[in-house]
Design a protein around this ligand. Structure first.
Ligand SMILES: NC(=O)c1ccc[n+]([C@@H]2O[C@H](COP(=O)([O-])OP(=O)(O)OC[C@H]3O[C@@H](n4cnc5c(N)ncnc54)[C@H](O)[C@@H]3O)[C@@H](O)[C@H]2O)c1
Length: 260
């Protein structure tokens, strides 16, 4: 699955799942435009990729701000001449219920996780209409089920499925596909941060490993492989789809008696 001559935009592309996606696209010949809030991580990754001979640019962007995103996407098109794929991986996790979540937290999470994805779609689709293309939104198993105390996050991830399906319907005739990937737990800086909120962070990793039927959490590259497949022409008949990449997490129903 090569991407020679193709240009991809990866939001949240500096760290975690987005970083693995950026690296895999670069390995497979794409020019990679990294849009991220973390300037140091973005610059480091961009120079890493460039040193391996790949074409890459970093844009310091808050995905919640439309003007930031549009400026970066316009600059990407001006530099490389096309936008062939977009991956939305920028996201944040916060904790709260329908009672404890305040307006500020609601806005913060929805603005980054959902408005951010809309901002990049709105900026990139006019360019993607020139030659067709593919959008992959990194949602979560929390788009299809939920946990306690994650109101704003789970709403944002459910919403991302709606955004993905709307784009798939509205732009299919332009040759633009849109799909969502729903990872289980992945070993990234986000997980490290979430575990650090617990008095015993290693117990969080143990619990996360144990809850997946495969017996472990994912490495970012395992999510990136699916994302990059969906972005490629190999997935040319896949649109409006929601792919779980969760080690079987959502497949299991607990409570089976031990019969032997
Ligand atoms: N790690 C998991 O277990 C897991 C599971 C399911 C879904 N996800 C989702 O996958 C995506 C990536 O998660 P991750 O674990 O790699 O997270 P991460 O925190 O490790 O990396 C997220 C990246 O997004 C960037 N970012 C955050 N807010 C931004 C903003 N406003 N503007 C621009 N960039 C911003 C960060 O700087 C970082 O580079 C997220 O949408 C997350 O919700 C993660």
């Amino acid at each position: 699955m090569r991407f020679d001559g193709k240009t991809v935009v990866v939001t949240g592309g500096a760290l975690g799942i987005g970083q693995a996606v950026s690296r895999l696209f670069a390995e497979r010949g794409a020019a990679v435009s990294i849009l991220d809030y973390d300037e140091a991580a973005g610059n480091t990754l961009c120079s890493d990729l460039t040193q391996t001979g790949a074409s890459s640019v970093f844009h310091h962007v808050d995905v919640a701000k439309f003007d930031d995103v549009k400026t970066a996407v316009d600059a990407t098109h001006a530099s490389f001449g096309s936008i062939d794929a977009v991956v939305v991986s920028a996201g944040i996790q916060r904790y709260g219920t329908a009672v404890s979540t305040d307006d500020e937290q609601w806005d913060e999470v929805l603005d980054v996780n959902l408005r951010g994805a809309w901002n990049v779609a709105k900026s990139a689709i006019p360019y993607m209409r020139e030659n067709g293309g593919s959008i992959v939104n990194v949602s979560s198993v929390q788009a299809l089920a939920s946990q306690q105390n994650v109101l704003a996050y789970t709403i944002s991830k459910h919403g991302l499925i709606g955004l993905t399906r709307s784009i798939a319907m509205d732009f299919a005739s332009d040759g633009i596909r849109a799909n969502a990937v729903c990872p289980g737990t992945v070993d990234t800086p986000m997980l490290k941060w979430a575990a650090s909120l617990d008095p015993d962070p290693s117990s969080v990793y143990d619990a996360c490993n144990a809850m997946h039927p495969l017996g472990r959490i994912a490495q970012p590259k395992e999510i990136a492989e699916v994302v990059v497949f969906l972005a490629h022409d190999s997935a040319s008949f896949v649109t409006g789809a929601v792919w779980t990449v969760d080690g079987g997490l959502l497949t299991q129903i607990g409570g089976v008696p031990q019969t032997n």
